[in-house]
Design a binder for this molecule. Structure first.
Ligand SMILES: Cc1cc2nc3c(=O)[nH]c(=O)nc-3n(C[C@H](O)[C@H](O)[C@H](O)COP(=O)(O)OP(=O)(O)OC[C@H]3O[C@@H](n4cnc5c(N)ncnc54)[C@H](O)[C@@H]3O)c2cc1C
Length: 409
């Protein structure tokens, strides 16, 4: 039996790890990805301020795989029922497979936006944003970030911290939202990698969101805390400000208002894999996409066992991968052994442990119904980042990452 996993992001790598443990030894597992490295994407925005981090969050697949064969190629089409994948350099037939191809940035056909904005999906984007931003720091001007989801919030916070746009008097150390200790931290002291650049008076970071709040897919208390943190860190936020178009000088809002910019970063939406005509196919809680195929992660819209539409995040991708691994293994055993009805499949239930975002040197976390900022939130974020790096085999990097975040010996 041959099992093929398409895409080696959070979902794909977690799924392959599960299958290596659960499938019989004679099952062949192949992972296909267009890149030769697994990208720890939830730390990507940090590369803009800390370029050296780029090497450590791009992990060669060879280091992650045990008995799985890696094939570097771009997927161009998938037939989930027949078990056939078209690749840029050939094709693959599989007995069972999984689609974990993630998403691409959606420009929604808005005139000029794709031409003039830089998205944030791969390392090359983070490095380009950094180069462009350093020029803005030299000349002064406005950076517009379009879209206030997880990536937009975090990249806005990151560039604001680079200009010293952080206007807080210090970070809360008692874990309560909005309470400060009164001690000012510099970027370097609090884990930032370089000294501040430019004059905060000359550089504006403007975050635009078409909905009523930042982090629109998340609970209201988290939204409020993130908005407060952005404000405290010097990011100007405009909600209910839908982008309509862009040209080389300005972003144009619906209604015609022109907002001049020196740099334009676009984090305004996601679209499905090109191999599915940009569609994020909807799957139910068993994550079954076709007769021979399951799916996990951002690539698909998942409706969980309670009928909830699940947000696209790293956390949900990893948890879905575990369900997909179980179900692929059950189907593999059934197809090998034969028998009457198909097995009963495990169902995915969305049960978030909480949410954490960084806004420059600040962090906001929601755990249960509590929202915290400051050191406790930063500790949580560092633990998640370090734990993930440790889990995928980069133990030394995980330790260094935790040390850098807390600036400890
Ligand atoms: C800047 C930023 C910050 C974020 N912060 C957070 C956060 O704090 N918390 C959180 O939970 N989530 C965060 N996210 C979202 C999170 O990164 C995604 O939800 C997560 O990466 C989804 O995992 P995935 O495995 O579905 O897809 P991905 O991680 O995107 O992996 C998809 C894989 O498929 C490969 N691939 C794609 N197309 C093809 C093709 N045609 N052929 C072959 N291979 C292909 C890619 O190379 C990639 O390896 C952030 C995202 C960004 C961009």
């Amino acid at each position: 039996m041959n099992v093929v996993v398409l895409g080696g992001g959070y979902a794909g790598v977690a799924l392959v790890g599960g299958l290596e443990d659960s499938l019989p030894e004679d099952a062949e597992i192949t992972l296909v990805d267009e890149s030769d490295t697994h990208l720890v994407q939830h730390l990507l925005h940090r590369v803009v301020r800390t370029p050296d981090l780029g090497d450590r969050i791009a992990i060669p697949f060879e280091e992650l795989l045990d008995r799985t064969t890696f094939r570097q190629s771009r997927v161009t089409a998938v037939n989930p029922d027949e078990g056939r994948v078209e690749l840029e350099d050939g094709s693959l037939d599989y007995d069972l497979g999984a689609v974990c191809l993630g998403v691409r940035t959606a420009f929604h056909g808005l005139p000029g936006v794709e031409d003039h904005a830089t998205p944030l999906k791969r390392l090359v984007h983070a490095h380009r944003i950094r180069e462009d931003f350093l020029q803005v720091c030299d000349r002064g001007g406005r950076v517009v970030v379009g879209g206030a989801g997880l990536s937009g919030i975090q990249i806005a916070g990151e560039v604001a911290a680079m200009v010293g746009g952080d206007s807080t008097e210090g970070e809360s150390t008692n874990g309560e939202t909005g309470e400060d200790t009164g001690q000012k931290q510099t970027s370097a002291e609090s884990g930032g990698s370089e000294s501040e650049r430019g004059d905060p008076a000359d550089v504006e970071v403007l975050l635009l969101e078409q909905k009523e709040s930042v982090a629109p897919a998340f609970p209201a208390p988290f939204q409020r805390a993130v908005a407060d943190e952005l404000d405290a860190r010097g990011v100007v936020v405009r909600t209910e400000a839908p982008v309509d178009a862009a040209d080389e000088d300005a972003v144009v809002l619906v209604g015609g208002e022109r907002i001049p910019y020196e740099q334009f970063i676009w984090t305004g939406g996601i679209t499905g894999p090109a191999s599915f005509d940009d569609e994020r196919k909807r799957v139910r809680s068993t994550l079954r996409l076709g007769d021979r195929t399951f799916a996990a992660g951002d690539a698909v819209e998942v409706v969980d066992a309670n009928g909830t539409l699940v947000p696209a995040t790293a956390q949900t991708a990893v948890r879905q991968a575990s369900v997909a691994a179980t179900n692929l293994t059950r189907l593999a055993e059934y197809r090998r052994d034969g028998g009457g009805f198909e097995p009963r499949f495990e169902r995915y239930t969305y049960d978030p442990a909480g949410w954490v975002v960084t806004v420059g040197d600040g962090t906001v976390a929601q755990v249960g119904s509590s929202v915290v900022r400051g050191v406790p939130a930063r500790a949580l974020k560092a633990t998640i980042g370090a734990r993930y790096l440790g889990k995928v085999g980069r133990v030394q990097d995980a330790i260094e990452f935790a040390h850098e975040t807390f600036n400890t010996d």
